[in-house]
Ligand binder design. Structure first.
Ligand code: DP6
Length: 331
């Protein structure tokens, strides 16, 4: 049964980072990761399979998406079409609630919402775990956005990737943690995550150490979450972030995702901490800085970050829910 389906997925930020793949074809991670799903940043995607279309159509934030993005979406939809036994092209309309070009990664919320809207539109029902495995094929971090709150992506051991899926560690109301995102640049990054992690794996002399030290980070983060130990959560987050960036920097040629404002934000967060405010930074494959803190310190931290020359915008968020359907229409 074909229908139009619309799903909403929230973005997430990894506290223990994923960087590197053990299988590129199945997009299997080389390390496990732990993230928090973010309430205020999300993507709403609707999918409608239509026999009368010549090829897939992708409308992204109200305009026709560039070809490279449409092709990535088409390859993902092919997986759903194969399972549903159809070759109907689809019309996909996807909107981020954050401004285009804000420099915020959207592949996690994009592929998580596409996985749920696409399968539902094709008449396929999947469990959250199955959806997570499907979303992973679009983007590794998307596997985590299927779930809300604190989420772990399993490394998995099976060659077919069936156990490389995410699961929820604790729901969003388990512990009120806040994230402030300081936008330091709206330019598109030069080296995307997929390419950056492949390059790091191939050329960094530190890659084996990155792999071998990841298990302890995951175990320690589990313990921090279990005990609601904010200091440990923050320290492990910064450690994993800096280790990932050190790995990228030690590739040849080195990858530097930061700009000078990124460093100013990192410094300000470190200074705030020295002054007694528990706040820690994490940074993905880009120049935006995420400050992790507790609700009572949000205003103070926002003021400090907003005062840094070059910070364009600050987005404040609590933890959010997993991917959900927001509309279904039978055709
Ligand atoms: C630095 O999930 O974007 O954000 O699987 O190749 O699509 P692909 O990579 P992606 O990588 C995310 C890397 C990261 C860390 C993280 O989110 O864990």
């Amino acid at each position: 049964m074909m229908m139009k389906a619309t799903a909403k997925a929230h973005s997430n930020i990894a506290l223990v980072k994923y960087w590197g793949k053990r299988d590129e074809h199945l997009n299997l991670p080389a390390v496990g990761s732990i993230s928090v799903t973010l309430k205020e940043i999300y993507t709403v995607t609707s999918v409608e399979f239509k026999k009368d279309l010549k090829k897939d159509v992708l409308i992204l934030n109200n305009s026709t998406a560039p070809d490279y993005q449409r092709k990535r979406v088409s390859r993902f939809l092919d997986l759903i079409r194969k399972e549903a036994g159809t070759n109907a092209p689809a019309r996909v309309v996807s909107e981020n609630n954050f401004p285009t070009g804000a420099g915020l990664a959207s592949s996690a919320s994009a592929f998580a919402s596409l996985a749920l809207a696409g399968t539902t539109a094709a008449g396929i029902q999947k469990s959250e775990t199955q959806l997570s495995g499907l979303a992973r094929l679009g983007s590794g971090s998307a596997a985590r956005s299927i779930f809300g709150g604190f989420v772990e992506m399993n490394l998995g051991t099976r060659d077919d990737g069936s156990d490389s899926v995410a699961h929820q560690i604790a729901p969003e109301n388990y512990w009120d943690i806040r994230v402030l995102i300081a936008i330091t640049s709206t330019a598109e990054k030069k080296t995307g995550s997929t390419e950056g992690m492949q390059h790091s794996a191939e050329t960094s002399p530190y890659y084996q150490q990155w792999l071998s030290t990841s298990v302890k980070d995951l175990t320690d983060m589990h313990q921090a979450i279990k005990l609601r130990d904010f200091k440990s959560l923050g320290e492990i987050s910064e450690y994993s972030c800096l280790k990932m960036h050190a790995l990228a920097m030690s590739a040849r040629p080195g990858l530097i995702y930061w700009n000078s404002i990124t460093l100013d934000c990192m410094q300000a967060i470190t200074d705030l901490r020295r002054s007694g405010i528990p706040v820690y930074f994490t940074i993905d494959a880009g120049p935006q800085v995420k400050a992790i803190c507790l609700p009572e310190n949000v205003d103070k931290i926002q003021k400090v970050l907003a005062n840094i020359r070059g910070v364009k915008k600050i987005i404040k968020t609590a933890l959010g829910p997993g991917t959900a359907l927001v509309g279904e229409t039978l055709l």
